[in-house]
Design a binder for this molecule. Structure first.
Ligand SMILES: [Ca+2]
Ligand SMILES: [Ca+2]
Ligand SMILES: [Ca+2]
Ligand SMILES: [Ca+2]
Length: 458
């Protein structure tokens, strides 16, 4: 991939440097069950990106796309007053000269769909199952105590696109909110060694317009692998042993590379987009990532938040959790499940999004008795109306899903979690009723689309 075109118009930016003072109060252990958590998050669907034609894009291959013309540069006015530290803050004003801004991007490499609380805002609650404190999943776009809805914190969809040397993360939320400008942080965590602990946090304060700005943008690294505490994603609160993301790589333009990371509004403020250099996360070819929006806590040193806050401290957005409702200290936060970039997940990764796969194929008459469908046998196949059955587990499992073949003998069974299935069929018309003559055990990886042709003995 070619290098991006550098802009040579220097721009000035006043920056506010924030020093976070760490103040963790954390010990002990919880008893959360990972499998139960992942099941509870089954509705958080990860989907493959599609081009205009709609075919799946391999997760490891960023799609090429035309670039948007660079945004005009300008003199930036500080609009961001960091307020992340609740204990003590020191500020310093400095001037940074920027040499280049990101070229802009189009297209999508990966995206994550997040549950939306908008329809439940009047009831002052999150949708059932969307917030799982024990599993580090938050659907908390509300204020503490009064549960006022925060539409700019309610993520709907987060997109990731790698167009080296740039990485773009685009945040679609329910609606912009004036009070969120300069305050609501939009970001992504990157777990580059895939152990369930974020290794990098890239986030930026909600920008005021469509020009790229480094103001309010931060890149953090966890230098000692303690994000997530003893048990990644699961609550260990109260745990005092860690310092979360502890190393500031880039704060508002200050860092070894003053052009490392940027943020801007797109689509007239309906979305926010981060751009940062791929090198900021070590050009990692594989990683787990998740998006987040945070207006209420904003403490990199407190990740994961369910280790820092006990559930009693955190509160709950779910009235059914009557011991904890409403939200308390852990409020104004929304995050997504974790998506795999560049590799096929095993399905056991902590916090992993649910991936749904597909088994599809065609029936044929096995005229030459090879036990498989040859091309010459598939082309005339018009075996319509035959029943295709799917069971969960190895054969002879049955009874999970079914469909019938179309006029060309084709079938497709979708929305399948990763696992092992028994695929069979029943040929209805003459010369007889063949029930599962060749049931096949099929194993699906997370999100896999597998083609399986089924032959009818001739
Ligand atoms: Ca959401
Ligand atoms: Ca990690
Ligand atoms: Ca933990
Ligand atoms: Ca750390």
């Amino acid at each position: 991939m070619a290098q991006s075109l550098p802009l040579r118009k220097p721009i000035l930016s006043f920056l506010t440097l924030m020093l976070l003072v760490l103040g963790c109060t954390l010990t002990g252990a919880g008893t959360a069950n990972l499998a139960a958590t992942q099941t509870a998050l089954a509705h958080a669907v990860i989907q493959y990106s599609t081009s205009a034609g709609g075919s799946p894009t391999p997760m490891s291959t960023p799609m090429p796309g035309s670039r948007i013309a660079p945004s005009p540069t300008r003199t930036q006015t500080p609009a961001f007053t960091p307020t992340a530290s609740s204990t003590a803050t020191q500020t310093a004003t400095l001037t940074v000269v920027h040499l280049s801004t990101p070229p802009g991007e189009s297209g999508t490499t990966r995206y994550i769909i997040d549950p939306v609380a908008k329809d439940y805002a009047a009831q002052k609650r999150a949708p059932a199952g969307a917030d799982v404190y024990a599993g580090n999943r938050y659907e908390r776009p509300f204020t503490a105590e009064t549960m006022d809805y925060l539409p700019d914190v309610d993520l709907e969809r987060v997109e990731l696109r790698i167009d080296s040397p740039w990485v773009y993360v685009t945040f679609q939320f329910v609606a912009a909110r004036p009070d969120g400008i300069g305050k609501t942080m939009y970001g992504a965590e990157f777990d580059t060694n895939k152990d369930g602990r974020g290794d990098y946090l890239v986030w930026g304060a909600s920008p005021s317009d469509g020009n790229w700005t480094a103001t309010g943008v931060e890149v953090w690294k966890d230098s000692d692998y303690d994000v997530g505490g003893p048990r990644p994603q699961l609550s260990d609160a109260p745990w005092t042993g860690g310092n979360g993301y502890d190393r500031k790589i880039f704060i508002g333009g200050q860092g070894a590379d003053p052009d490392l990371a940027w943020i801007r509004q797109i689509e007239d403020g309906a979305k926010v987009q981060l751009a940062f250099k791929y090198s900021a996360i070590g050009n990692a070819p594989q990683f787990l990532w998740n998006g987040l929006a945070d207006w209420g806590v904003r403490r990199p040193d407190w990740f994961d938040y369910n280790d820092h806050f006990t559930q009693a401290d955190a509160g709950s957005p779910l009235p059914i959790q009557s011991d904890f409702y409403p939200l308390k200290a852990l409020w104004g936060v929304d995050n997504t499940c974790h998506d795999a970039y560049g590799f096929t997940p095993t399905g056991m990764e902590p916090g992993l999004c649910q991936y749904y796969g597909r088994i599809s194929g065609q029936l044929c008459w096995d005229i030459n008795h090879t036990g498989t469908c040859d091309a010459t046998e598939l082309s005339p196949a018009s075996i319509a109306g035959d029943a295709i059955s799917l069971g969960q587990g190895a054969c002879p499992a049955s009874g999970f899903k079914s469909t019938v073949t179309d006029s060309q003998g084709r079938y497709s069974i979708t929305d399948l979690p990763a696992g092992t299935y028994c695929l069979g069929f029943k040929h209805v018309p003459a010369p007889g009723f063949l029930i599962n003559p060749n049931p096949m055990t099929v194993t699906l990886a997370p999100g896999e689309a597998k083609a399986v042709n089924l032959s009818i003995p001739w």
